[in-house]
Design a protein around this ligand. Structure first.
Ligand code: PGA
Length: 255
């Protein structure tokens, strides 16, 4: 069985004060849902602080970063290496979130480099894939997702997916309030698992696939009921502890 996972991507939000109370409340709520992997992804500058709040409250919540440099270190002003992240206590890192692909111009190859860097530093990458509205409307969704996935598989090898998570995040559903219908999401998740299975059936079977894109307390139950959806990557709804914990509760039903 795949352990369900709920990951909160806090994006560029929060102050020391707000992340402190958010993390405190999430930690308290998390205690009621053992067996679900619960993760938070604060901004770089809040990682250390959030880590200290987590360790005072509980060990039930894992820490991840929203981005990583593909370089191991050196003269790369403003970048953050995998070593720095694992040194701070991060266990996970988001790779190729659509905001990085579309706003910061990260290519599929850049994303593959970051995926490799994460694993070299002992971090588990959460690889984000997903199509834009135009790509969906022109019937290219699966081709886009296949290219995003296979660029990484080609660069690092399928065995690397023994220690990775993949998140399907349709760009048209992110932050828009428009969620993919459960069967729409399931169709892509099943296709993703098949793509991985074409390289290794064993890895495909154990690989966790998260859904992201306006997933919230009221639609999580129906999404997580789908056989190939193993949890969620949550943006907006992860900034309110009670909403986030309701989503964790929906994931707990998978166990
Ligand atoms: P959203 O964001 O839940 O606010 O749509 C999801 C994400 O960007 O990971």
């Amino acid at each position: 069985m795949r352990t369900p996972m709920v990951a909160g991507n806090w994006k560029m939000n929060g102050t020391l004060e707000s992340v402190n109370s958010l993390m405190r409340d999430i930690s308290l709520g998390a205690k009621n849902y053992p067996g679900v992997d619960i993760l938070v992804f604060p901004a770089f500058v809040h990682l250390s602080y959030v880590k200290s709040v987590i360790s005072k409250k509980s060990d039930e919540v894992g820490l991840g970063a929203q981005n990583i440099s593909s370089e191991p270190g050196g003269a790369f002003t403003g970048e953050v290496s995998g070593l720095m992240l694992s040194d701070l206590g991060c266990k996970y890192v988001l790779i190729g979130h659509s905001e990085r692909r579309l706003i910061m111009g990260e290519s599929d190859l850049d994303v593959a480099g970051k995926f490799a860097a994460a694993q070299h530093s002992g971090l588990t990458p959460i690889l984000c894939v997903g199509e834009t509205l135009e790509q969906r409307q022109s019937g290219e969704a699966l081709d886009v997702i296949e290219a995003q996935l296979f660029t990484v598989i080609k660069a690092v090898g399928i065995e690397s997916f023994n220690n990775a998570v993949v998140a399907y995040e349709p760009v048209w559903a992110i932050g828009t309030g428009e969620t993919a219908q459960p069967d729409q999401a399931q169709e892509i998740h099943a296709a993703l698992r098949n793509m991985v299975a074409s390289q290794s059936a064993k890895i495909a079977e154990q690989l966790r696939l998260l859904y992201g894109g306006s997933c919230n307390a009221s639609n999580a139950d129906d999404l997580f009921k789908m056989s190939d959806i193993d949890g969620g990557l949550i943006g907006g709804a992860s900034l309110k502890a009670s909403d986030f914990i309701s989503i964790v509760k929906a994931a707990k039903k998978l166990i």
